[in-house]
Design a protein around this ligand. Structure first.
Ligand SMILES: *[C@@H]1O[C@H](CO)[C@@H](O)[C@H](O)[C@H]1NC(C)=O
Length: 329
């Protein structure tokens, strides 16, 4: 039993390791990282939580929305240049109390945000909720899996142009599809997605983004794979990636030809495609405060910001400036 409980995200192991690192070491490491890049923008915000999984820029509100993990909901952080702002809790979902809040996506066109909830240790519950961006009232809360179903670990979410949501299952390597009104409409499975089943693949399908040409791009963390999933046919193909995206976590679509893949190390990679994501190339890397463990990326005013899992009294959202890879075409 104890061994089975260990099959949660590898980030949990990291959590234990990192929380053993004295805060003073973290601070001195950061000092070294940041004094070497004084012109970049690092937003440090005060928070009482150890873990923050995902931060996404909400342009309409002029703020980052943050999933507050054990908080089971969402917080906001204003992007101010002076001082360290404090995060403000916006919402806690009482109907999933005890679960953690993970991936989120801002659906600006529908003025809402969607967030994933998961049972961190036992993998016996998964849900996705949608909330209004102006007052964080719930629009829907959809249970994806419960104690009677196979175990699962819902992780991240993307929204297509019709408002359908797609939630990755990092444990069973499938994708739940939920209609814009909140009804669970299908479960996308494919032998390709489920190919990597070895015990050491702790984290499977993870970051997901919707591409306006009608497909999803999804990363498999431990396999280092990138998949392309057609949203109308649900056909899955593997993107042939030149360069490694091993450990890929959160994704962000920067343009139709560019995505960012956040990861443990390096903190983020820039991946580009010139053939509608049949093939792609890793063209740049960014290393931020590695001990904080990058987990998500977001775009704001044409820049990329990476958020990190671990903090003590403060968390960091750092601007990612990519170093080109010489091997890239
Ligand atoms: C997650 O939420 C569900 C629904 O309320 C609840 O039954 C379950 O116990 C929660 N999981 C944990 C680990 O608290």
């Amino acid at each position: 039993m104890a061994i089975r409980c260990c099959s949660c995200r590898s980030t949990l192991l990291l959590l234990l390791l990192v929380s053993a690192v004295p805060i003073s070491i973290i601070v001195s490491l950061e000092h070294a990282t940041w004094t070497s890049s004084p012109n970049r923008h690092h937003l440090r915000y005060r928070s009482l939580g150890l873990v923050r999984e995902c931060a996404k820029w909400d342009a309409s509100g002029g703020r980052f929305l943050v999933s507050n993990f054990f908080g089971g909901g969402l917080a906001e952080v204003s992007d101010v240049d002076v001082g360290a702002p404090a995060e403000r809790t916006l919402m806690r979902e009482p109907d999933v109390a005890g679960n953690v809040s993970l991936g989120l996506v801002v659906d600006g066109g529908r003025s809402r945000v969607l967030v994933v909830f998961s049972d961190l240790f036992r993998h016996r519950y998964a849900a996705v909720g949608a909330y209004r961006l102006d007052n964080f009232e719930r629009i829907f809360l959809t249970r994806l899996s419960g104690p009677e179903d196979e175990t699962s670990f819902a992780d991240d979410v993307a929204v297509d142009s019709d408002g359908n949501a797609y939630v990755t299952d990092a444990k069973r390597n499938k994708i739940w599809k939920v209609g814009s009104g909140g009804a669970l409409s299908s479960v996308i499975r494919s032998p390709l997605l489920e190919r990597r089943k070895e015990w050491y693949h702790l984290v499977g399908l993870n970051g997901i983004v919707y591409h306006p040409n009608g497909y999803l791009l999804v990363v498999h963390t431990d396999g280092g794979d990138l998949f392309r999933v057609d949203t109308s046919t649900e056909e899955v193909t593997q993107v042939d990636v030149e360069g490694s995206i091993l450990g890929g976590d959160g994704l962000e679509l920067l343009s139709p030809t560019k995505i960012v893949v956040a990861a443990f190390r390096p903190s983020a990679r820039l991946v580009e495609s010139s053939d509608d994501w049949r093939t792609a190339t890793v063209t740049g890397t960014y290393s931020g405060p590695l001990h904080r463990v990058a987990a998500a990326a977001t775009a704001k005013d044409g820049k990329v910001y990476v958020s990190h899992l671990f903090g003590g009294r403060s968390h960091v959202i750092s601007e990612a400036v990519f170093s080109p890879l010489s091997s890239a075409k």
